[in-house]
Write a protein that binds this ligand. Structure first.
Ligand code: ZN
Length: 490
């Protein structure tokens, strides 16, 4: 229920600050808080779910040229947690982007909101307005009032049907559907568009004893979404004609805030500042390790758990513990830091900020390492709160009294989990390097100020320092000795 986040920041009861070392300040991070964002508003957008929940990542536009030579920018966007359109027989995963055409002077001319719908998650992952190769599903272009201006049906990247400026809001189903194919398309009968009614419900919550409990849902309205369905494929799943979505009540926008909440609780929150490259790193950290699943043992097909996957999974499932990732200013010499905030509802918000220069300088491998490290801080905070009688919590509290602060306690604790951090990193990297390399990289930040580090052999310490320099940090760019690759080189 992160929607209450901004409100209750005011009453947060404690704040913990944890940080991790690194060097100097170099490189200017390009801020693209642009005129494009200013000219965009969904106030008049018809579909309340999109109006309330669409969040656009304005930080990383991709510039491209359309077939007719128009210069365009494309921005990734997401509705809530990217929740699918839930139907009875078929769930349609969805994805959004905002496409802006620009004038010669660079000012925005026209916006369209593009929605991709597919029952194939893999097909959806890589699709964008500029590149629909391999995409199977529906592409819907809306104007900012929510009127459908163009519909396209794709099958494995091939445009099968297009319908321009269809009449919006039909009230019956297939009967009223526009059937419109490309003039000389041999597959003209390959598919057609149908109106799918999507019922929107508002979910109400009661505040009972400082906790928000679900109470009931009330019907808001039905909107019609057009979906392309192939007609001549035997057994191809048809849309369910029974879709629904939910809006949270009270309003998802905290007073004075611009935050967007998801309609279904989402526990790992990616701030708009998180770049697609870092998003992908975080996504991959949530995957189980499939490295050893080469033998046909059914129990291994789902993969092996590892540190970051387990931690991220915990936050994804937890109702009261929320994890946010963002990119920003982490302070001099810091790669990242993690803050913990709590509210009077007993909810905890862990906010991991990756330093913007670190993200620029470091390789994806070292970014993954730092994400694991910071997730571990969040996890230790969780353990101390939720399982305060556990051995780990007791040990942490012991370290806390010994070293006088929680930050050092966490890092001492982490030195006992170097191999677990290393293994998690190896899993993220599909075990492409020696185990030793990952384990050396697992030593980072203030873990290097501990007794455990001091006790290591000098040769090991040298290797640890070298890999941390090679892969890059907040101060210095990755060197040619790095084994990881940088985000920007993709
Ligand atoms: Zn740390």
């Amino acid at each position: 229920m992160k929607k209450y986040f901004l409100t209750y920041l005011l009453v947060s009861t404690f704040l913990l600050f944890q940080s991790c070392l690194d060097d100097d300040i170099s490189g200017v991070y390009q801020k693209t808080e642009s005129i494009y964002q200013k000219g965009f508003s969904l106030e008049a957008f018809e579909d309340p779910i999109i109006r309330e929940y669409l969040a656009v990542d304005w930080s990383s536009p991709v510039e491209f040229t359309d077939v007719d030579g128009t210069m365009l920018y494309e921005f990734d966007a997401q509705v809530g947690n990217g929740t699918p359109l839930e139907g009875q027989s078929l769930t349609l995963a969805q994805k959004y982007s905002v496409v802006v055409s620009k004038a010669v002077d660079g000012s925005p001319l026209e916006y369209k909101l593009v929605r991709f719908l597919s029952n194939d998650n893999g097909s959806l992952a890589s699709v964008s307005y500029r590149d629909k190769a391999d995409f199977t599903g529906t592409v819907i272009c809306y104007n900012l009032k929510g009127r459908t201006e163009m519909l396209e049906g794709y099958q494995q990247g091939v445009l099968k049907a297009v319908s321009k400026d269809p009449v919006e809001g039909g009230s019956s189903l297939a009967g009223k559907a526009p059937k419109d194919c490309l003039p000389d398309d041999p597959y003209c009968d390959g598919g057609f568009f149908v109106y799918e009614p999507v019922r929107i419900y508002k979910d109400w919550y009661n505040n009972r004893g400082n906790k928000w409990e679900y109470s009931n849902s009330t019907y808001v309205k039905t909107v019609f979404t057009q979906v392309w369905v192939p007609s001549n494929i035997g057994g191809a799943p048809r849309p369910a004609q029974n879709y629904h979505e939910h809006i949270d009540a009270p309003a998802p926008h905290a007073p004075g805030g611009t935050g967007h909440a998801s309609n279904h609780p989402k526990e790992i929150i990616l701030d708009k500042s998180v770049t697609p490259c870092v998003k992908e790193i975080i996504r991959k950290l949530q995957e189980k390790d499939l490295h050893n699943a080469t033998v046909p043992d059914i129990s291994q097909l789902t993969g092996t758990s590892h540190l970051s996957q387990t931690i991220l999974d915990l936050f994804k499932k937890s109702k009261n513990y929320h994890l946010t990732f963002k990119i920003g200013e982490a302070g001099t010499n810091k790669n990242a830091y993690t803050e913990i905030e709590s509210n009077r509802n007993g909810e905890f918000y862990f906010i991991v900020t990756l330093d913007e220069e670190f993200v620029e300088n470091g390789t994806q491998l070292v970014i993954a390492r730092t994400l694991i490290h910071e997730s571990m801080h969040a996890f230790l905070g969780y353990v101390s709160q939720e399982h305060f009688l556990s051995d780990s919590a007791k040990l942490l509290s012991e370290y806390n009294s010994t070293y006088g602060n929680r930050n050092t306690a966490d890092h001492v604790f982490m030195t006992e989990y170097v191999e677990a951090i290393g293994y998690s990193l190896a899993s993220w990297d599909y075990h492409s390097r020696d185990k030793e390399y990952y384990n050396n990289l697992a030593w980072s930040g203030e873990m290097l100020n501990t007794e455990a580090y001091r006790k290591l052999a000098d040769s090991t310490k040298t290797k640890i320092k070298n890999v941390n320099i090679a892969e890059g940090n907040a101060n210095t760019k990755a060197t040619s000795n790095a084994l990881g690759i940088k985000c920007k080189s993709l």
